[in-house]
Design a protein around this ligand. Structure first.
Ligand code: ATP
Ligand code: MG
Length: 448
């Protein structure tokens, strides 16, 4: 029934091969009532429309609502220029260089408003691999739709009429669970290699199959990711890991051969049985938190992904005679530095990662004042969660996080009774054998 209706709507498409024309999909087919749209996004559209501009909710939000997901963020597309948008909203600012867009703030929400973009032409600035570096040429809605990456992302919803404008059969593709590239996939990946990662992330999140034409070139083009600025890769990686579908995304990344370009060490880690278990557990745990609306910390996430690399380097350093404490810090620096070439982990997140790692040996000290001091640490909770994951993956004994659980809950007296001098607590000083009273003094004098 739905298919039949869709077909009828699509046969209304215009004959012109040059300009994609929109099918107008009514609410009974796409199911988005305007009350389902975030009020802030609806308001932005109304203000723009009342000022005489066109304005639509576009991209991921429309796609997610049709597919039955809660949108992560809202984007609005308009024929107003950034300056015109800026003038209509008091709380707004223009951002971006590669694409100038306007952030409109409404209450706690930020809506991203972008002006319809023109198709690329010979004036478009690219790097030597064809990656588009800058373009701020405004265009019409048809061009804007063709510029988007996947058909399911080129849907324009008008909250006033509740009609979805569908330029590339996106609604049908979504219903058929297909992620299809608009245009020639190889050319589109060359323009922007991050689209390969987006393909994997969106397919995993929405349960879509990547259309074979878009899927096949990924493996051979994966190396193009090397030319993408490290900061953009980091953003994309973070999106992927915090999507609530990190496990599915990472599995698919491996299948498509894309993981090497992102986390060069990940492959090595996943080959070690303990490392692999740890990473999957951490990601499953993160997905769980995201899907139940709990906050996640990027620092914690990256700390888990890289931990086994730190362990390996730490162990090697200790075998080579370095002291445990400085060796750990050297290992942490080394691992973070080797990541930095590919992924620009921001300084704040790096600091979080380091803090979580550095807390780990402190959990082993269960004597004297040390446990009390650790409990007072602002990052105690993150450190503890990390410790528990290590135990769940089999790296350390579960008795340790259990002890901390009990210690945190216990009263003063019970805590005192729980303190255990830790045998593994650093290199211990060898006690001199106590001299028996009356023994000869030269017994202690080293032979020369
Ligand atoms: P989500 O917000 O769930 O991560 P999204 O598809 O909305 O997914 P955004 O980064 O918010 O992702 O982008 C909004 C829209 O902009 C997309 O739906 C798509 O139409 C367009 N877009 C984003 N990135 C690209 C790209 N690299 N190439 C072409 N179009 C893109
Ligand atoms: Mg979005």
């Amino acid at each position: 029934m739905i298919r039949k209706l869709l077909r009828r709507v699509f046969t209304k498409r215009a004959a012109s091969p040059l300009k994609a024309q929109a099918a107008e999909i009514p609410v009974k087919l796409h199911g988005i009532q305007n009350t389902m749209i975030l009020p802030a996004a609806r308001k932005v559209c109304t203000v723009l429309q009342e000022a005489g501009f066109k304005a639509y909710v576009v991209g991921g939000a429309v796609r997610d609502l049709i597919a039955g997901f809660k949108p992560k963020d809202y984007d609005v597309a308009t024929n107003a220029t950034p300056d015109e948008v800026r003038n209509l909203f008091r709380r707004s600012r223009i951002i971006g260089r590669r694409f100038r867009i306007v952030h409109v703030m409404s209450g706690a929400e930020t809506i991203e408003v972008s002006t319809f973009r023109a198709l690329h032409d010979e004036d478009t600035v690219t790097d030597e691999h064809g990656r588009v570096l800058r373009d701020n040429v405004w265009g019409c809605i048809e061009d804007d739709a063709t510029r988007r990456d996947f058909t399911v992302n080129a849907l324009y919803y008008d909250p006033t009429t509740e009609i979805v404008l569908d330029f590339h059969h996106g609604v049908a593709d979504l219903k058929q669970k297909t992620l299809r590239m608009i245009g020639e996939p190889r050319a589109r990946y060359r323009e922007d290699p991050v689209r390969m990662l987006r393909a994997v992330r969106l397919a995993a999140k929405l349960g879509l199959q990547i259309d074979p034409e878009a899927r096949h070139p990924i493996r051979e083009m994966a190396e193009l990711l090397e030319n993408v600025p490290a900061a953009r890769l980091f953003d994309e990686m973070l999106k992927l890991l915090s999507s609530g579908y990190a496990v599915a995304c990472l599995k698919q990344l491996r299948e498509e051969g894309l993981h090497q370009g992102l986390l060069p060490l990940l492959d090595v880690i996943l080959k070690q049985p303990l490392g692999e278990k740890f990473v999957w557990l951490a990601l499953a745990n993160t997905d769980d938190r995201v899907l139940t609306g709990k906050p996640i910390s990027p620092g914690f996430l990256f700390a888990t992904l890289l931990w086994h690399e730190v362990l390996a380097s730490w162990e090697l350093r200790r075998k080579n005679g370095e002291l445990a404490h400085p060796a750990l810090f050297e290992a942490m620096d080394e691992v973070l530095a080797s990541q930095a070439e590919k992924l620009a982990i921001t300084r704040r997140i790096s600091a979080d990662i380091t803090e979580i790692w550095a807390l780990q040996p402190r959990f082993e000290k269960r004597a004297g004042k040390a446990p009390y001091r650790l409990l007072e640490q602002p990052r105690y909770r993150a450190g503890y969660d990390f410790l528990r994951l290590r135990a769940e993956s089999g790296e350390i004994d579960m008795a340790l996080p259990d002890w901390w659980d009990a210690f945190a809950d216990a009263d003063t007296e019970a805590r005192e009774a729980m303190l255990v001098p830790d045998k593994k607590d650093g290199p211990r000083k060898r006690r001199r054998p106590r001299r028996k009273p009356g023994a000869k003094a030269e017994a202690d004098t080293p032979a020369e």
